[in-house]
Design a protein around this ligand. Structure first.
Ligand code: ADP
Ligand code: MG
Length: 695
């Protein structure tokens, strides 16, 4: 069957076109205005919208509705209510009111709140975010919502993201006015997140407790072939995968998600999906949906989609590239260098605002991508280092140098550049030479933040990006609004900013052994692990930043900090317990079976003929017995380490990082050595070769 993409695209979304069609003109206008101005929705308008939305949803097969929200668990939550409403005559009608559309009260007491909600006020409420369209998924009308406590504290990932978008808009507009722009009313940040994932066979997945409980393998010896030939990268897509991708695309298109490119990644069984960019909150909603739908579609194909950052040791893990830019509501990309002196000057100001932001808030950038899973990638020569730096390309760096030093740029003739007067020399757009080692790269008209883990919501990193850039734009606007001579003040400001913050620019190889040393000389932070990074979240300067811009209150920040630490500790604890379980119940017994088999073979041989050699059996028995003893000691040590975990917060997380993880690593090394020497038919789990090559 041939599918008609334009027809299915957005067919399950209550989008603008549908609203225009289904709503009375005045209601549509009033809703539109609410969305544009970010105001609260009038209940009479909401009532009309609700009815139209319900009727449309029922046409699409929906029987239930849910407020769809993004609690601090990292996944989305929904609680389904049906539309049915009983009548006096024993029949039912399908009902949905404006009140139900605008506000919901999920019993939210078990979502993490970092102590924000005591039990007596356990209920939070959800509120419709009309800037993100409602949609029908699996027979349920999903209404994107923000989630707050009754005290008004945000308990989700959407509320602060929406605030951060307002904040950067406000400051960017101030800057644009200084450049004489009077038509832009708002500025939006845009994001295109590229998503990496693994697909493995469901039957094999089901045989591994580590994959089931932790989403990653905790044991597994290297197979003879890994990714060294790079033959998977952009290679031909296998039929089973291609069927998966086809269905995935269709499901995403129905929900109005602009899935565009798909290809195989570097590691075997690894793939990537890139959407076309959209505004940040929609991109965030869509990325959450994409991850969910990837899992569902995989299941229909007998596959499992692994989104964990490091499912397999020794092959690349998965990340997300967060392509980010700033755009006016009139469609001008503010990170586009432009062709006239005026455009160039404006571009440079926004550009150096980002440089200053990344330099001053390296810590927050690092915090925003910190998780137990991502710790396996950052700094492991497969993803950017844990040190934050920016790649801008040699040409642009030369231009900045020339500006600061007031010397001609090679290519600008003998002219000294005056910002706002001269045209910037043309620099090739995408000279980015795909420098994959840089955490934050300028790619011609957007920045690509590459440190994100594959499983996490993109909300956190974008809250940070929007807020820190807003802060710099605010400082710039404060300064420039006071200037008598705008061009002179602008030149000074840009030059000064480059001079003070160019240490953050690094175009070299982020994997090289020299970089951490050089970075230290430059005074850049190297926060290696989540536990090293997280305390920066509540550093005084960062609390000041977030509270001043109204993104997080002091209480909200601390509660999020607690949730992040607690999540980290819980994950390591589950991983440790799973290793203990697998070792005691499956691995050690399997080795013993093999040892018994070897021993009985040796005995049988000797019985047959005493002159037969049993060198192989005896030497293997000796080797495996020694390894087995070692694994036994190590699993006991790990068990004890897990039992000894106490305290909470940073203390507990530090304990897991220092004590538990090293006990886990030691045990893994021994078990992997045992696996190499054990009869594969006795090994209790599918091995790396099976997992990575059997799709
Ligand atoms: P590649 O990096 O493979 O060359 P592109 O540069 O076209 O691909 O885009 C990579 C991702 O960046 C895509 O998801 C794309 O939609 C997104 N992107 C492109 N322009 C912007 C922009 N102005 N703002 C945010 N994301 C963008
Ligand atoms: Mg990319």
């Amino acid at each position: 069957m041939k599918s008609n993409v334009p027809e299915i695209f957005g067919s399950m979304v209550f989008n603008d076109a549908i609203m225009k069609e289904k709503l009375p003109k005045d209601i549509y206008k009033s809703l539109h205005k609410t969305i544009e101005d970010g105001k609260d929705l009038d209940i009479t308008v909401a009532n009309v919208v609700a009815i139209a939305m319900k009727d449309w949803a029922i046409e699409k097969g929906a029987t239930h509705y849910t407020h769809w929200f993004q609690p601090m668990t990292g996944i989305t939550a929904e609680k389904h209510d049906s539309f049915i409403s009983p009548q006096n005559d024993g029949r039912i009608i399908m009902e949905f009111s404006g009140k139900e559309l605008i506000k919901g009260e999920p019993d939210a007491s078990s979502f993490p709140s970092g102590g924000l909600r005591s039990t007596f006020e356990a209920r939070g409420y959800t509120a419709w975010d009309p800037t993100s369209y409602a949609f029908v998924k699996d027979g349920v009308l999903c209404i994107p919502t923000a989630f707050c406590s009754y005290g008004g504290e945000a308990l989700d990932k959407k509320t602060p993201l929406l605030h951060s978008m307002e904040v950067i808009s406000e400051q960017a507009i101030r800057v644009l006015r200084l450049f004489g722009n009077t038509d832009a009313k708002r500025v939006l940040t845009t994001v295109g997140p590229e998503q990496e994932y693994f697909l493995i066979d469901k039957k094999l997945f089901d045989q591994r407790k580590d994959l089931i409980y932790c989403g990653r393998t905790l044991f597994g010896a290297k197979q003879p072939k890994g990714q060294e030939l790079d033959d998977h990268y952009f290679g031909a897509i296998k039929p089973r995968i291609s069927a998966f991708m086809k269905e995935l695309n269709e499901e995403l298109w129905k929900l109005g998600i602009l899935a565009k490119t798909e290809h195989n990644e570097v590691a075997p069984a690894q793939h990537e999906l890139a959407p076309i960019f959209s505004t940040t909150n929609i991109a965030t909603d869509h990325n959450q949906l994409t991850m969910e739908i990837m899992k569902n579609v995989a299941a229909r194909h007998g596959l499992v989609c692994l989104l964990q950052e490091k499912p397999f040791a020794g092959v690349n893990g998965s990340g997300k590239h967060n392509n980010w830019s700033i755009c006016t509501d009139t469609g001008v990309n503010l990170l586009e260098p432009g062709k006239s002196p005026h455009e160039n000057a404006q571009f440079l100001l926004f550009f150096v605002a980002v440089i200053k932001a990344i330099d001053e808030y390296q810590d927050l950038m690092r915090v925003s991508v910190a998780s137990a899973g991502n710790d396996h990638r950052l700094g492991a020569n497969e993803a950017p280092p844990a040190i934050m730096s920016m790649f801008i390309g040699d040409d642009l760096e030369e231009i900045l140098e020339a500006l600061v030093n007031k010397v001609p740029y090679n290519g600008s003739g003998d002219q000294t550049m005056e910002i706002g007067v001269h045209v910037l020399p043309n620099f090739p757009k995408d000279t980015t030479d795909r420098n994959r080692t840089s955490p934050f790269a300028f790619t011609g008209n957007k920045f690509e933040f590459r440190s994100l883990g594959s499983a996490a919501s993109i909300s956190g990193p974008n809250i940070v990006l929007n807020t820190i850039v807003a802060e710099e734009l605010k400082q710039f606007a404060d300064e420039l609004e006071q200037a008598d001579d705008f061009t002179e003040a602008l030149n000074k400001l840009i030059r000064r900013t480059i001079r003070e913050h160019k240490r953050i620019i690094f175009n070299g190889d982020g994997y090289s052994a020299e970089w951490p040393i050089e970075a230290e000389k430059r005074g850049l932070l190297n926060l290696r692990t989540t536990v090293d990074a997280l305390p920066q979240f509540i550093a005084e300067k960062n609390v000041k930043l977030f509270t001043e811009h109204g993104i997080f209150s002091d209480t909200e920040l601390h509660s999020r900090y607690e949730i992040l630490l607690e999540t980290y500790s819980k994950i390591i604890n589950i991983e440790g317990l799973t290793m203990v379980d697998m070792t005691n119940k499956d691995i050690l017994p399997a080795v013993n079976t093999y040892i018994a088999k070897l021993t009985s073979t040796a005995t049988a041989k000797k019985n047959l003929d005493t002159s037969l050699s049993c060198r192989m059996e005896l030497s293997l028995v000796e080797k495996l017995s020694a390894l087995e003893d070692k694994a036994y000691e190590q699993v006991n040590a790990l068990t004890e380490a897990l039992a000894d975990a106490k305290g909470d917060g940073l203390e507990l997380a530090t304990y897991y990082k220092d004590v538990v993880i090293s006990a886990m690593n030691e045990l893994r090394a021994t078990v992997d050595a045992i696996e190499v020497h054990t009869d594969a038919s006795l090994w209790p789990y599918p091995q790396y070769g099976d997992l990575l090559y059997q799709v």
